[in-house]
Design a binder for this molecule. Structure first.
Ligand code: GLN
Ligand code: ZN
Length: 756
């Protein structure tokens, strides 16, 4: 039998009580000095390491902790700071670092985008500024700290050069290897220093190797790793992939590294690959066996069997999660209010590490020692599967009964004409994406309601007062289409999950989304069923206060799925259709209540795309179908809107058109106008609004910048179809930021309208 070690790839940085978030936000608010911030973060960091050590994990990652994001850390480590931040070499200061992440009044933040197909966002490095240089060896610093403070022999984690480059912007694809020529020496320096320090294993994350990319580039990757090897010949590199199966398996496993980490949860094809191509005898297999992306307990006896087989490969095995655990909450133990049947079937980061430990023990010590615990884990899942919690026969029937005509509307041109008459809006109508500032006051009200200090009536009255306040403000600002503001929602998925059957909620199941922002994804564990209208009260109330149209506001099926932890015992498509049918009922209720402009947000459609191109068409087909199922029952004059965030649209523009929404708003401004180029090459023939300012930054945009964006946009899009809106919902901004920004936006719209 070969040797077996347990290993982890990354641990949630946020802390059990989101201490990390709280520390960062106090610092940004000026309530904490930099010194105290660093002290608090260090406590969290060491505590995270200690927890992993206490669980008995052999190879604990170090350097995965961050002040904001690991891609940004890597960019800062290499001095890749765009010129606009006024950086002139040396270690990047904490303030510059945060300015790159968040922007400031004078400086536009770096772009932010989704990390592969997750809901985690990373800061996009830009190749602009000084020549890259090693400003500090971060992994080394963290390795030393873990060793000195806790006696932990850590495994430094780095984002690999190929992934780092491919996820950055401002490099030219054709001169691709030139950029590696700049990067690789810096990586060599980092690795050589780690080797000199006596580090044994380094985890080099190269998730990009699971995406579809040109085969020629694989040759370059080989050269890169040959060079890295020469720089630190006795350091062991674990080339870590995750989120899917390896694209070029034979070439990848032959790379000159000592270990290859494979994802056996999301990358099922890795099983076939290892079966048909084998695995090098002289390399360690990183067996990513415990699903790091979902929150279900593993069927450990199945995993154990797979692992027994996997140990026939390679020179040794790391038993590990399939990817970093930052994508799941910290621990189930805090969940005191879940149905025990459900709770037992759950596993968050800490429990997943327990699973890794049981499996490791199983391989080391054999069946007898672990058999009971393995069986027990299966029972947890069987009990849930067999319970009524998961089965609603009428819902299953309704999904089977969906007919093609349930997903078609009158052709767009015909509806659009009727809608123009019905709504009679000015050219370039202005609107917002839905949510308005969720101030302390709003959050406090929600808390009071949750703690039952406030009755439902009291709370509803509060929400109504906010709606009145903001309907007036929106009228004053001069917007054409208003929103009710979503004050009653803490989160756009949670809100619906709480009102539909089939969802459960955690008390503390937070997961980092971007920067200090965390979300608490609902757990979609059972069949989804509509119970009663969910949004009619607030929308109708808002509409009763004004002559301007107020958009109804719903969250679409793909987004509900993508931002939840979804059951994996039935196909995802079926879950999406269940959600779509429930939303369809809500749409009908809204329409009957006189809300005839309805936005169904699908910000997550793009990020749900499989990483492999060959899997796209199937995924897009049912995702689009689900959206249409939710939105196609309405009258021709009812205007369906949708909204999307961060999207490389060119690749899926046909599917976006297929959604057949009357108006789509798209977040644009943080990709600095690139989206506009998309529409130079592709026509889009439904209503469309490109976000004219970045809402993720506190900065107030000037009229001229927005005019410029509008003019660019209507240069490539049909002006009669063009809408004007900010990038995204405004809930994270303060009223003092929103009002002047929207006033400027309306000024820009009126300016362009007048001159047009
Ligand atoms: N309607 C949602 C909101 O305004 C849309 C959120 C988003 O942009 N992702 O908050
Ligand atoms: Zn958005």
């Amino acid at each position: 039998m070969k040797w077996v070690k347990s290993s982890n790839l990354g641990y949630p940085r946020i802390g059990e009580q989101r201490e990390w978030k709280k520390a960062l936000e106090s610092y940004w608010a000026g309530d904490l000095t930099q010194e105290s911030l660093m002290k608090q973060l260090k406590t969290i960091r060491l505590n995270n390491l200690k927890k992993q050590a206490d669980k008995g994990i052999d190879w604990i990652p170090v350097g995965d902790f961050t002040l904001y994001d690991s891609m940004l850390d890597t960019a800062a480590m290499f001095g890749l700071v765009p010129r606009r931040f006024g950086y002139d070499g040396g270690p990047v200061s904490v303030n510059t670092y945060f300015e790159m992440a968040r922007g400031s009044q004078d400086r536009v933040a770096c772009e932010m985008t989704k990390w592969f197909n997750t809901n985690y966002h990373y800061i996009v490095p830009e190749w602009e500024g000084l020549k890259p240089q090693l400003t500090e060896n971060r992994p080394l610093r963290e390795y030393r700290e873990a060793k000195a403070e806790l006696g932990i022999e850590g495994k430094p984690v780095l984002i690999g050069p190929y992934t780092f480059l491919k996820l950055s912007k401002g490099y030219e694809q054709k001169d691709f290897s030139q950029y590696l020529e700049i990067l690789v020496p810096l990586y060599k320096q980092v690795l050589a220093e780690l080797e000199r320090e006596g580090v044994e294993w380094v985890q080099m994350d190269e998730p990009i190797l699971v995406t579809s990319f040109p085969k020629e580039e694989m040759k370059i990757v080989v050269e890169v790793y040959q060079e890295l090897r020469q720089a630190a010949p006795s350091l062991k590199l674990m080339l870590q992939t995750y989120f899917d199966s390896i694209e070029y398996y034979p070439e990848t496993v032959e790379l000159p590294v000592q270990g290859i980490g494979l994802d056996f949860a999301a990358g099922k094809k890795n099983f076939d690959l290892i079966k048909s191509h084998g695995f090098p005898d002289d390399k360690v297999l990183g067996a990513g066996i415990v699903d790091g992306r979902n929150i279900w307990h593993s069927r450990l006896s199945e995993k154990a069997e797979i692992l027994e087989w996997l140990t026939s490969f390679g020179s040794g095995v790391f038993v590990q999660p399939s990817c970093s655990l930052i994508h799941v909450p910290v621990t189930v133990t805090a969940e005191t209010e879940l149905d025990p049947l459900l709770k037992k079937a759950l596993s968050f980061a800490d429990e997943k590490l327990d699973e890794v430990e049981i499996l490791t023990q199983h391989l080391r010590e054999g069946r007898e020692k672990t058999v009971d615990r393995l069986k027990e884990s299966n029972k947890r899942l069987d009990d849930l599967d067999q319970s009524d919690l998961r089965h609603q026969p009428q819902v299953r029937e309704a999904v089977k009964d969906v007919k093609p005509q349930d997903t078609v509307r009158t052709p767009f041109e015909l509806r659009w004409e009727k809608q123009q008459k019905r709504w009679n809006l000015p050219l370039f109508p202005t609107t917002t994406i839905g949510s308005l500032p969720q101030t302390k006051e709003v959050r406090r009200a929600r808390l009071k309601r949750r703690k039952k200090e406030w009755s439902e009536e009291r709370y509803n009255k509060f929400v109504q007062e906010k709606i009145v306040e903001w309907i007036r403000l929106q009228e004053e600002v001069g917007l054409d289409v208003l929103v009710h503001g979503e004050f009653e929602r803490s989160d756009m998925v949670e809100y619906f999950g709480e009102r539909l059957e089939g969802f459960a909620f955690t008390r503390n199941g937070w997961v980092q989304s971007y920067g200090s922002r965390c979300t608490r994804p609902p757990i979609l564990y059972g069949d989804v069923r509509f119970v009663e209208p969910m949004t009619v009260r607030e929308s109708s109330y808002a509409q009763s206060l004004t002559d301007k149209p107020v958009k109804g506001m719903l969250t679409g099926p793909s987004t509900i799925l993508n931002w939840s932890f979804v059951r994996d015992d039935i196909p995802r498509r079926d879950v999406a259709f269940q959600v779509a049918l429930a939303l369809r009922e809500e749409v009908q209720h809204l329409e009957s209540a006189g809300i005839e402009m309805i936005q169904v947000d699908e910000p997550a459609l793009r990020e749900g795309l499989p990483l492999k191109k060959e899997a796209w068409s199937d995924f897009l087909a049912w995702s689009v179908e689900a959206f249409r199922l939710a939105t196609s029952s309405v009258k021709d004059t009812t205007q369906i809107h949708t909204h999307m965030c961060y999207c490389e649209f060119s690749e899926i523009i046909d599917s976006i058109r297929d959604l057949d929404a009357d108006v789509i708003s798209i977040e644009t401004s943080r990709s600095h106008g690139e989206l506009i180029e998309v529409f130079e090459k592709h026509t889009y023939d439904h209503g469309i609004g490109l976000g004219v300012y970045d809402i993720h930054s506190p900065r107030i945009p000037q009229v001229e910048e927005m005019e410029k964006i509008i003019n660019q946009a209507i240069g490539v899009l049909d002006p009669s179809l063009f809408w004007i809106n900010p990038d995204c919902g405004l809930k994270t901004r303060r009223r003092e930021e929103v009002i002047p920004a929207l006033k400027n936006m309306v000024k820009a719209a009126v300016g362009v309208r007048d001159r047009y």
